[in-house]
Write a protein that binds this ligand. Structure first.
Ligand code: ASP
Length: 604
């Protein structure tokens, strides 16, 4: 037997027991005739004490960091206790030592505060995974996985595997493809998600399906994306949107309770996509803090006259802008010139892309000062402050410009100010359902409509006629917002946690004709639709039940619950920002023989 106990479990209750432990050398500390070694395994650290002959032997054969040891000895009460670790009251007086394996000097220290940079830790990820900080994340991931499975099992869902070598599933990204040796010139695609398979399973009668499953999307990797990531993928038959929202908000609440001990008892807030965009400038608003936008001018929606910016103010920045939006930042009216300059610089950064920032200070003594005093007299400023429903002490920040960019920028500024003021508390979890997404999205490049979620999402029943009775063609690209398709809403929903989209899904189209019309609206000919999705349309001829589902971003959910910004920290073997696994050095070239077998000629 290699060990009788782990390195994390011995305590005062075990004094005088003879034990055998095995693990890795964390540290070696020599003090003349005795040597202390901290031995580590997955469960913790136990102090070993070597004296007499063993201590002498160690001079001849010194132990190094990360050597693998097996030791036998007696459990002894420590005189110098360490309150910081569970085994801190005891140590092992070692009577027998076996070095099971040596270790080269690790390229970084295996500690919480390691000296290893990102690249080196990724290259030696198997060592990085020994660190407590990473291990905690991997354990948390398993806890989320277990809680999700328990919940779904309790609710009659069954886990059904779906294939990885498939035909393209459109989820808005590029496919990874795999050449088929047995079918020269043909390729499989790796699934962007199991979407069509889970729908087929509904046709097959497995009315509650789930899978914690890898998905593959060949996207340009923004900071926190991975080309392969994991979803908690679910589908249900005979359900309406409300059934899905109820089922899955309970799942997330269960996960909160099981994994981080949070009882989330209140119902999850809901808002439509339009409300989210209008009030927060964003379809995944962080509602942990209450700053909302004041829309002073916008083509997005009609603004009641009372709240509009006066038609022409003489201030070009406002007069010439398509959109003017403000936020009130509480308690910041006393910002100094330096601080407002900082904010101006912040909005001018290329990521935000605004030309400038206007502001109004509604001071505690009720005076009002603005960065555009030259153009607005006191009464006009007073009106504007009223429009914004500002309170004394508020700093009103105003952005003006093109609709889309301005809305995005004010949303980013809102988050930035929330962060600056400490309003985005990491220990607080706030869930939100965003519903009624647009069915279509305008694709500027192709001057056409694309599915905002995916082509299997059903339109709201009251909008089906509009879709069927209007051609998809966009005659005037500048006026695409006036096309009837722009206002068609979908039975689609996202779950948002602290400003992050953690899940999204929809009620699906289950009638063959409507699905066919949807493909037509997306600019697909009958033949193309048949070639790509014939299997699904065909299945819909054989009694497809009404169905819908959702998928949660498992990696992201883990990262948020673990209080981290980065999903990579929660994936055992992640890829870097260029999609490389630098530990195994992938992707890599393959040899000519392999290429020949696949009938592939490189054109580099
Ligand atoms: N397949 C969808 C996605 O990956 C989720 C769903 O509609 O269930 O976003």
């Amino acid at each position: 037997m290699y060990r009788t106990h782990t390195c994390g479990e011995l305590s005062i209750a075990d004094i005088n027991k003879e034990v055998t432990l095995a693990g890795w050398v964390q540290t070696v500390r020599k003090f003349g005739s005795i040597t202390f070694v901290d031995l580590r395994d997955r469960y913790g650290i136990t102090q070993l004490l070597f004296s007499e002959t063993l201590n002498v032997e160690m001079d001849a054969n010194p132990l190094g960091r990360e050597f693998v040891l097996q030791v036998k000895g007696g459990v002894n009460e420590r005189s110098n206790k360490n309150k910081n670790i569970p085994t801190g009251d005891i140590e092992i007086i070692v009577s027998e030592l076996r070095v099971l394996n040596k270790s080269a000097v690790p390229p970084f220290t295996i500690q919480d505060d390691t000296d290893g940079g990102d690249d080196i830790r990724m290259k030696y990820r198997f060592l990085d995974l020994r660190r407590n900080a990473v291990k905690k994340n991997i354990e948390l991931r398993y806890a989320v996985n277990r809680a999700a499975r328990n919940y779904l099992h309790k609710n009659n869902f069954i886990d059904i595997e779906t294939p990885f070598l498939i035909k393209s599933t459109p989820e808005g990204a590029r496919d990874f493809v795999v050449p088929s040796r047995m079918n020269p010139g043909e390729f499989y695609a790796l699934p962007q998600s199991p979407q069509t398979f889970k729908q087929l399973l509904m046709v097959s009668g497995y009315d509650r399906y789930y899978q914690i499953v890898k998905c593959f999307r060949d996207e340009d990797l923004r900071a926190d994306r991975q080309p392969e990531f994991t979803q908690i993928d679910c589908e249900m038959a005979f359900v309406e949107q409300e059934d899905i929202l109820q089922m899955f908000e309970s799942m997330i609440k269960d996960i909160f309770k099981e994994v981080v001990g949070i009882e989330y008892n209140e119902p999850v807030e809901r808002m439509t996509w339009e409300e989210a965009m209008w009030n927060y400038g964003n379809d995944k608003p962080d509602i942990r803090f209450d700053i909302k936008l004041t829309n002073l001018k916008s083509p997005f929606r009609e603004i009641p006259e009372k709240q509009q910016l006066a038609a022409a103010t003489g201030f070009n920045v406002f007069d010439n802008a398509e959109t003017v939006i403000a936020i009130n930042v509480p308690g910041c009216s006393d910002y100094s010139r330096k601080q407002t300059d900082e904010l101006i610089e912040w909005v001018k950064r290329p990521q935000i892309g605004m030309g400038g920032l206007a502001f109004i200070k509604y001071n505690h003594d009720e005076t009002i000062k603005s960065s555009f005093d030259k153009f607005f007299n006191e009464v006009e400023l007073g009106f504007l402050t009223d429009h914004c429903k500002a309170k004394r002490g508020d700093l009103i920040l105003i952005l003006a410009g093109k609709e889309e960019r301005t809305r995005k920028a004010i949303s980013d500024l809102r988050l930035y100010m929330g962060e600056r003021l400490g309003l985005r508390k990491p220990e607080e979890f706030k869930l939100l359902w965003v519903t009624d997404f647009p069915l279509f999205e305008y694709d500027e490049e192709g001057n056409r409509w694309v599915a905002r979620h995916h082509p299997f999402t059903s339109p709201k029943p009251e909008h089906i006629e509009v879709m069927i009775n209007n051609a998809a063609e966009i005659k005037n690209a500048d006026k695409y917002l006036e096309h009837p398709y722009a206002n068609i809403k979908a039975n689609a929903y996202d779950m948002v946690l602290n400003g992050n989209e953690i899940g999204g899904g929809s009620i699906r189209i289950f009638q063959k004709d409507l699905q066919q019309k949807m493909f037509t609206a997306l600019g697909m000919s009958q033949e193309e639709a048949q070639y790509k999705f014939g299997f699904l349309i065909g299945a819909f001829e054989y009694g497809a039940p009404p169905h819908g589902g959702i998928a949660f971003g498992f990696d992201r959910l883990c990262a948020i619950l673990g209080g981290s910004e980065s999903i990579r920290d929660f994936i055992a073997f992640p890829k870097n920002n260029s999609g490389r696994d630098i530990m195994i050095d992938a992707p890599s070239t393959i040899d000519d023989k392999q290429l020949d077998e696949l009938n592939i000629k490189l054109n580099l």
